[in-house]
Design a protein around this ligand. Sequence first.
Ligand SMILES: O=C(O)[C@H]1O[C@H](OP(=O)(O)OP(=O)(O)OC[C@H]2O[C@@H](n3ccc(=O)[nH]c3=O)[C@H](O)[C@@H]2O)[C@H](O)[C@@H](O)[C@H]1O
Length: 431
Amino acid sequence: MPPLEDETFPSTPGKFKIERSHTMNRQLYRCFASTSTMFLWALFLIALTASYLSFQGFVDSGSRYLSASWGGIQWEKQVRTSAQIHRQGGMSVLVTGAAGFVGSHVSLALKRRGDGVVGLDNFNDYYDPSLKKARKSLLNTHEVFIVEGDVNDAKLLAKLFDVVAFTHVMHLAAQAGVRYAMENPQSYVHSNIAGLVTLLETCKSANPQPAIVWASSSSVYGLNEKVPFSESDRTDQPASLYAATKKAGEEITHTYNHIYGLSITGLRFFTVYGPWGRPDMAYFSFTRNILQGKPITVYRGKNRVDLARDFTYIDDIVKGCVGSLDTAGKSTGSGGKKRGPAPYRIFNLGNTSPVTVPTLVSILERHLKVKAKRNIVDMPGNGDVPFTHANISSARAELGYKPTTDLQTGLKKFVKWYLSYYGYNHGKPVN
Ligand SMILES: O=C(O)[C@H]1O[C@H](OP(=O)(O)OP(=O)(O)OC[C@H]2O[C@@H](n3ccc(=O)[nH]c3=O)[C@H](O)[C@@H]2O)[C@H](O)[C@@H](O)[C@H]1O
């Protein structure tokens, strides 16, 4: 049998009751006994709460750490290893948009010649992210590490510059696509303006400051009618929000060059195409539809004039990018302050021989050996421009840029890659 006291002071504090009819001593004793028990209970509860809270904190910080895709000793090691330079006079380059079309090609080219490369990409779903993951795997086999993150993440950028003193930044992360800007305008502001400023803020504060080469676009020429397009032509009539954000990027980078001494090179790409390309672009989506027996929509300009583009093959663009990195003068600032004038350059990277969209379709038909079902419609007012044509004399003189691949040859290589990657039905990638 348990003693009475034990029954009167049950183990559950909330059940405690004072018995008024007992003697003073007994009450005092009970009171003392109850006070010490309560004290012990209180201590126990405090300890329990404290350990619960600290455990919760551990779980929270642990899950934060686990859910974050960057940070930690192992991650830093991967970044450092990927950034290591393996040639005399080489550079260490942060490539943003490294899982993208141009970014993956440029990263590989740099790595192959012995430069250090660290990629950054947010793997967004503007187009099939599995293609971006496949590019990442390819880069992985060449020992290029891609950090998963956004250019708007200032902490991540600061950390990357903390771990590696990048000599150059190849900034290719962007919201691409001319017509999609009508569907999702904010994504252009987020990536092409806010993201650019975040990156420049990091670069301006870095010690040493890197030289920056970044992707502008042929679309900045907008409604300009003077052909071929020269860098000195007017670029104040953009036809799409995409073009407007790229033009804004040119002005923004100029400001950072002027105030902080950042070395800046802007590249106006002309409709880049090739293996591992972007599925949202015409040559890519036409290929898919033609193979699947689906109709393609071919836009036509005013007065039934065919639209034309200065389609530029990816390998030529890569040479222009690498040439830009090689010739980029140094940034002059330190501690966030300009110490002297730094280069500010803009180059057209085109092919110099525009081809009409119906001709593009005919070339694809020949390579695919399938007839396209053409649905010809008047160009909707969706930001498109009727033609592009690059004057590349500046790039030729200063970068040694000389495109060598015509559309016929380039599309042949694209189709070969496409069929090996997707197969004839554009099902899942062939393993
Ligand atoms: O140089 C650039 O700065 C841009 O190049 C690229 O834009 P664009 O030149 O518009 O390429 P792309 O979409 O392949 O359309 C090609 C042609 O096909 C026509 N087109 C397109 C789609 C369609 O369904 N039908 C059609 O006729 C269309 O009217 C056009 O005449 C990049 O996407 C862009 O991110 C940017 O980098």
